[in-house]
Ligand binder design. Structure first.
Ligand code: ZN
Ligand code: MN
Length: 498
């Protein structure tokens, strides 16, 4: 069946999208969810496995406490209630990369319930309600060899790597996200972005979408404008970049509008997002919960986190991204736009550390956002990769406030620090970069400059004070930028017209 896509604005004129997002996040624990195997990314295939995560007969799982701590932190940061008692459940299905033929997950008794996360799009706040956050384990990975696409179709044979099988996985499920209208793709992206920032701030996962430690399943359905009965949804699986989350929602709206306009039904199915074309293609028809034959996991005791433990974890949460944004914007007095630029440049932490180490906020912003960002771009590296530390920036701005160097010399100091010539003070010393503040020394340089430029000097004597600029330039050149240009100008005019 080929569907004619409906142009986005036209689709939004007739239909209202409803979203739902399920996000899987691998926790960065040292060992797996139910065994002691290590979890390092990129190890040679099948070197991080044992009888438990290979599902060998007689092996028994033991719950990883650090993982439970991690999921409770995520639940609390998402404003969820942490239940007093819950169990794991077996989700039964056969898949080659799942050696036990079932996944230990949670079904009707999730650990965290009823939260929310606020996201901002174009100055408007959308509250995304969280249905549940539950604990489960990851599957292994299949590698399809031969064939053009890397997919199973057309492959000569397949290999399986079980290193990832059993890595702690947290699943975060939203309630239906309604009333976003045309902003739906941006709201979906903003939610994924905010969730990633939130989890990163907790330090429980590296949340790298490109490495699969965070993956989004994006549900989209349409209902005719003015009605309130949800349509049938599609589920685009394992979307692995923020941009793709946005594009997949946009495409599904255009596609489903075409299906509905043609008088057909949207099929409930999983779909795959194709990065190259920006479209989704049909996967498998979606199983219902009953197909999984869920039942309580008999090999594990129930979980009953104590109130004290949960309160301890709550008390230990770091400042969360939303609160930090508000605080920082107020403290630094920056506009929303400027703040976004700072975030996008990856400079937020650096500037904050610089301010905490004693620099003035505007000076810290100026050096990181102008001078150092430009150099990072020139060298094609991240700002954090430059060999300049917040304390270097503090020292340079202090040298400027003290009058030891000016802004122009400060740039040369950064040149030196970047070139590995040492600390800012060592660079100032080695390169002889101090401002010439000694009046006598400045005065004699000016005399030399006047003597070397008699024509210009005559013009100034004749009243053309503007010509002094040329002599100031010559003084700056003679002092390699170390003179105070304003003072030099005053002295030149004084000498020639006074
Ligand atoms: Zn293992
Ligand atoms: Mn899951």
């Amino acid at each position: 069946m080929t569907t004619t896509l409906v142009p986005y604005d036209e689709a939004l004129g007739r239909y209202e999208p409803v979203l739902g997002i399920e996000t899987h996040i691998e926790l960065g624990t040292n060992s797996k969810m139910f065994c002691g195997c290590p979890t390092a990314f990129g190890a040679p295939p099948n070197t991080q496995v044992c009888p438990v995560c290979l599902g060998l007969p007689g092996s028994l799982p033991v719950t990883n406490q650090a993982a439970i701590e991690g999921i409770i932190k995520i639940g609390l940061a998402l404003n969820c209630s942490i239940v007093e008692w819950c169990r794991f459940a077996r989700k039964n299905y056969f898949y080659p990369d799942m050696p036990k033929n079932f996944q230990i997950s949670q079904y009707d008794e999730p650990l965290c319930v009823d939260g929310h996360l606020d996201v901002e799009v174009d100055g408007r706040t959308y509250r995304v309600e969280i249905e549940r956050v539950h604990m489960e384990e990851d599957t292994g990975k299949s590698l399809h060899v031969g064939g053009a696409t890397g997919r199973i179709h057309g492959a000569d044979y397949s290999l399986v790597d079980y290193n990832r099988a059993g890595i702690p996985l947290v699943e975060i499920v939203t309630k239906p996200i309604e009333a976003t209208g045309a902003a739906a793709p941006l709201v979906a992206r903003a939610y994924a972005t905010e969730l990633r920032e939130l989890v990163r701030s907790l330090g429980v996962s590296d949340v790298r979408m490109e490495q699969g430690s965070m993956r989004c399943d994006v549900n989209v359905s349409l209902m005719p404008s003015g009605t309130t009965v949800w349509g049938t949804r599609s589920e685009t699986k394992n979307v692995n970049s923020l941009r793709s989350v946005e594009r997949s929602v946009r495409h599904e709206i255009e596609r489903q509008a075409g299906v509905l306009d043609a008088g057909e039904r949207v099929v409930q199915e999983t779909r795959h997002f194709q990065e190259d074309s920006g479209t989704t293609t049909s996967g498998r028809s979606k199983e219902e919960a009953q197909d999984y034959r869920y039942f309580p996991e008999p090999d594990l005791v129930p979980m009953a986190p104590t109130r004290e433990w949960v309160d301890d974890l709550l008390g230990g949460l770091p400042e969360l991204p939303a609160a930090r944004r508000v605080r920082v914007r107020e403290e630094w007095a920056v506009s929303e736009k400027e703040f976004q630029d700072i975030v996008n440049a990856g400079a937020l932490d650096l500037i904050e550390e610089t301010v905490q180490a004693g620099a003035d906020a505007s000076a810290a912003r100026k050096w990181w956002m102008n001078e150092l960002s430009r150099r990072a771009t020139e060298q094609g590296v991240e700002l954090t990769e430059l060999p300049v530390t917040p304390s270097d920036v503090v020292r340079v701005s202090l040298l400027v406030t003290e009058g030891t160097i000016n802004d122009k010399l400060a740039r040369q100091v950064f040149d030196g620090v970047l070139a590995g010539e040492g600390t800012p003070d060592e660079v100032v010393e080695k390169r002889g970069l101090k401002v010439v503040s000694d009046e006598g020394e400045l005065s004699s340089v000016i005399d030399e400059v006047i003597a070397a430029n008699p024509d210009v000097a005559d013009k100034i004597r004749g009243g053309k004070v503007a010509a002094a600029g040329a002599l100031v330039g010559a003084v700056m050149k003679a002092t390699r930028g170390q003179a105070d240009a304003g003072r030099a100008r005053e002295l030149i005019i004084e000498k020639l017209t006074g």
